[in-house]
Write a protein that binds this ligand. Structure first.
Ligand SMILES: NC(=O)C1=CN([C@@H]2O[C@H](COP(=O)(O)OP(=O)(O)OC[C@H]3O[C@@H](n4cnc5c(N)ncnc54)[C@H](OP(=O)(O)O)[C@@H]3O)[C@@H](O)[C@H]2O)C=CC1
Ligand SMILES: O=C(O)C1=N[C@H](C(=O)O)C[C@H](O)C1
Length: 266
C-alpha cells in the first residue's frame, strides 16, 4: 500500500514518514510541503532522518492523490480542506489528524467523506481514545449536581490552536456522557470578574511552553473529592502509529467519515 504524506517536513510529517517506512506492507509513495518551502525537491525519507529513497518532496497535492492509495494529513485547517476536496475527487483514503477545524470545515469534511473513506481524529493515540471512552462513562455517572468538569491541557510553544483538538474531544465525550451539546456548555476562557461557576459548564484551561508533546487531564471536581483522568504523550510516535494503523484499516472501506475509536474498536 502506497502512503502519501502531506506536510511531510513538519513535526508530525517526519514522524509519519518514519512510521510508514518501517511498517510491513507499506511504502512511502510521496510527500508534499507548502509551495515555496525550502524542502521542495529534497528527499522525503532523508529529511525524516532515514536513508535516501529517491522520493522527492513535491508541492502538487493533486499529483500525490493520483499516485498513492492513502494520504495522511497533519497540516493546517485550510490545507486539510484542499486535501479533503482532492480525496473526494480521486476516491483516495484520507487520514486527517489536523486540529483547529471550524464547525464549517468539519461539515466540509463530512461532504468529502461521501466520496472517499476519511478517518478524522484529534488524537490518534490508543491511550487518548481509551480516555475518550472513560470520560464519557464517568460523565454519564456523575451528573452536574455531583461533579464540575474542567479540562486542562499543555502543549509545546509552537502549537497554534487552542484549546487542543484533544481537549475539545474530551469535552465532547463528557458532554455526550451527560446528554448535552458541548457548544452549549463550554467555557473556553476565563478572565477578570467572571462570577461563580455555572453548574453543568465544562471549562477549559490551556498551557503552552517548551517541548511538551501533549498532556491532558479531565477533572471531575466533587464535594470533598476529585477524580482525574490524565493522559501524557511522551513521544509523537504514538500519534504516527495510530495514523498509519488507520490508513491500513481503511483499505477497502466504503466512503464515509470514520473515527479513531472505530478504527480501534473502542
Ligand atoms: N490527531 C493527532 O493525533 C495529532 C494532531 N496533530 C495536529 O497536526 C497538525 C500539525 O502539527 P505539527 O506537525 O506539530 O505542525 P508543523 O507545523 O510542524 O507541521 C505542519 C506541516 O504542514 C505543512 N503545510 C501547511 N500547509 C500545507 C499545504 N497546503 N500543503 C502541504 N503542507 C502544508 C507546514 O509547512 P510550513 O511549515 O512551511 O508552514 C508544515 O511542514 C496540527 O493541527 C496538530 O494539532 C499533532 C499531533 C497529533
Ligand atoms: O499540536 C500538537 O502537537 C498536538 N495536537 C493534537 C491536539 O490538538 O490535540 C494532539 C496532540 O495532543 C498533539
Amino acid at each position: 500500500m502506497k502512503i502519501g504524506i502531506v506536510g511531510c517536513a513538519g513535526r508530525m510529517g517526519r514522524m509519519l514518514v518514519n512510521e510508514t517506512a518501517k511498517t510491513k506492507g507499506l511504502e512511502v509513495g510521496g510527500g508534499t510541503d507548502l509551495p515555496g518551502s525550502p524542502f521542495i525537491g529534497k528527499d522525503v525519507t532523508l529529511i525524516a532522518g532515514l536513508e535516501e529513497s529517491g522520493v522527492l518532496v513535491g508541492d502538487d497535492a493533486k499529483v500525490l492523490f493520483e499516485t498513492v492509495d492513502a494520504v495522511i494529513d497533519f497540516t493546517a485547517p485550510a490545507a486539510t480542506m484542499k486535501h479533503a476536496q482532492l480525496a473526494a475527487e480521486t476516491g483516495t483514503i484520507l487520514v486527517v489528524g489536523t486540529t483547529g477545524l471550524s464547525n464549517d470545515q468539519k461539515d466540509e469534511l463530512k461532504v468529502a467523506a461521501q466520496k472517499a473513506p476519511i478517518i478524522f481524529a484529534p488524537n490518534m493515540s490508543v491511550g487518548v481514545n481509551l480516555a475518550f471512552a472513560l470520560v464519557e462513562k464517568v460523565a454519564s455517572i456523575l451528573d452536574k449536581d455531583v461533579a464540575d468538569i474542567e479540562i486542562v491541557e499543555m502543549h509545546h510553544k509552537h502549537k497554534v490552536d487552542a484549546p487542543s483538538g484533544t481537549a475539545l474531544g474530551l469535552g465532547e465525550a463528557a458532554a455526550k456522557g451527560r446528554g448535552v451539546n458541548l457548544d452549549d456548555v463550554a467555557v473556553r476562557t476565563r478572565d477578570g470578574f467572571t462570577g461563580a461557576r455555572e453548574d453543568g459548564s465544562i471549562g477549559f484551561a490551556t498551557l503552552r511552553g517548551g517541548d511538551v508533546v501533549g498532556d491532558h487531564t479531565v477533572v471531575f471536581a466533587c464535594e470533598g473529592e476529585r477524580i482525574e483522568i490524565t493522559h501524557k504523550a511522551s513521544s509523537r510516535e504514538v500519534f504516527a502509529k495510530g495514523a498509519v494503523r488507520a490508513a491500513k484499516w481503511a483499505e477497502g472501506k466504503a466512503p464515509g467519515l470514520y473515527s479513531m475509536r472505530e478504527v480501534l474498536g473502542l
